[in-house]
Design a protein around this ligand. Structure first.
Ligand SMILES: Cc1ncc(COP(=O)(O)O)c(C=O)c1O
Length: 377
């Protein structure tokens, strides 16, 4: 089977994890501090805060800017379920905006139409490796006094006009799960220029304790910590962070390799009329966390099943508003009308994309897709 992803981790990561284990400190500690600093410095943000996933990163980011019950947060429906779930965790309501069918990212015009007096934030997802239209969203957020909290889970390394994601939005959340650009197994990093928000995030990820467990562990004096508010246990371990430090050194290579593979897919698929290749707007650098093709007039499920039968794994992204978990968001009786999101969810397929994908494997993927869209066995 050609998998959807194959990890790009090796002996260096194994050694770093082993060193962390041998250090005598496994929870959030010096390696997590080094990892979050590396990410922040790389993306040009003043602060980085590591957490145990991007889902918890999104949750804490919303809380840190004061989002709560009664508030509305505008986000895409065409995204991973974690995006609206994180909004729900705070007691706020996700309000789904439609997407641009070419970029698969949220449509700023629709976002602005959805703003009400209850709207407190816009949470775009920079989907599958391509930045959302952050310049337009930034202007809208500023015009209406809203927070811009970006779900950049899949898009570490992506740029707009040469500027890396991570310092454009007020708060940016990256994922380091197993299928992302870089991985720590599970993990997330939040970047921001706002020192107050960063401090709040650091407290909330560790039960809002006034003193860290590491500080208490390394102190000879007795320290009585306090808990000013209800926090969470969302800490990244130092074992994971050690892997992350090594992975950060591979970012340029990973992005270059994914872009080269995407260019080769583009070329190999250029003759297939029923398959549209991904779009990269001028000035944007796509990092191809996923390579999404758009099917024209052929069934997504039939294509995915036919490819699986030939030993090629594929995936798809959902439209969250069509999932049972969000059925109750209908306002008042009708589900939100998001034609582009529904169409995209039904018409795209994600092909295998990972650093170690060989040309022979890529040829096999293309052969399986070609056969599937032409109905050949
Ligand atoms: C757009 C998006 N947001 C959020 C997440 C959640 O990330 P994590 O698995 O690190 O919680 C993902 C991961 O698949 C994602 O693709």
């Amino acid at each position: 089977m050609i998998p959807i992803t194959r990890l790009f981790v090796g002996e260096e990561e194994a050694d770093a994890a082993a060193e962390a284990v041998r250090s005598g400190w496994l929870s959030v500690g010096p390696r997590a501090a080094e990892f979050e600093k590396l990410v922040a410095e790389r993306v040009g943000a003043a602060h980085g805060v590591s957490v145990n996933s991007c889902t918890t990163a999104l949750h804490l980011s919303l809380l840190a800017v004061g989002i709560g019950p009664g508030d509305e947060v505008i986000c895409p429906s065409f995204t991973f379920i974690a995006t609206p779930n994180a909004i729900r965790y705070t007691g706020a309501a996700p309000v789904f905006a439609d997407i641009d069918p070419l970029t698969y990212n949220v449509d700023p015009v629709h976002v602005e139409q959805l703003i009400t007096e209850r709207t407190k934030a816009i949470m775009p997802a920079s989907q599958i490796g391509l930045a959302a239209d952050l310049p337009a969203l930034r202007k809208i957020a500023d015009r209406h006094g809203l927070h811009l909290i970006e779900d950049a889970a899949p898009s570490l390394g992506a740029t707009i006009d040469g500027v890396l994601l991570g310092a454009i939005s007020d708060v940016t959340c990256f994922s380091f799960d197993a299928r992302k650009i870089l991985t720590t197994g599970e993990g997330g990093v939040i970047t921001t220029d706002d020192a107050e928000v960063a401090e709040k995030l650091r407290a909330l990820r560790a039960h809002a304790a006034s003193v860290s467990t590491l500080a208490r562990h390394t102190s000879t004096a007795v320290i009585a910590e306090r808990y000013a508010e209800v926090g969470f246990n969302y800490k990244l371990t130092d074992i994971q962070a050690a892997v992350g430090v090594v992975q950060m050194g591979k970012l340029d290579h990973v992005v270059a390799r994914r872009r080269a593979l995407a260019a080769r897919y583009d070329e190999l698929l250029s003759g297939l009329e029923t398959v549209g290749t991904p779009y990269e707007p001028a000035g944007y650098r796509h990092v191809y966390q996923s390579y999404a093709v758009r099917l024209r007039g052929v069934s997504q499920m039939e294509v995915m099943n036919a490819m699986a039968a030939r030993g090629v794994a594929t995936r798809r992204i959902i439209a969250c508003h069509l999932e049972p978990a969000y059925a109750d968001l209908s306002t008042p009786d009708l589900p939100p009308d998001l034609p582009q999101s529904a169409r995209a969810a039904a018409e795209h397929v994600l092909l295998p994309m990972f650093v170690g994908l060989t040309e022979a494997e890529q040829d096999e993927v293309v052969a399986a897709l070609t056969a599937a869209v032409s109905g050949s066995p």
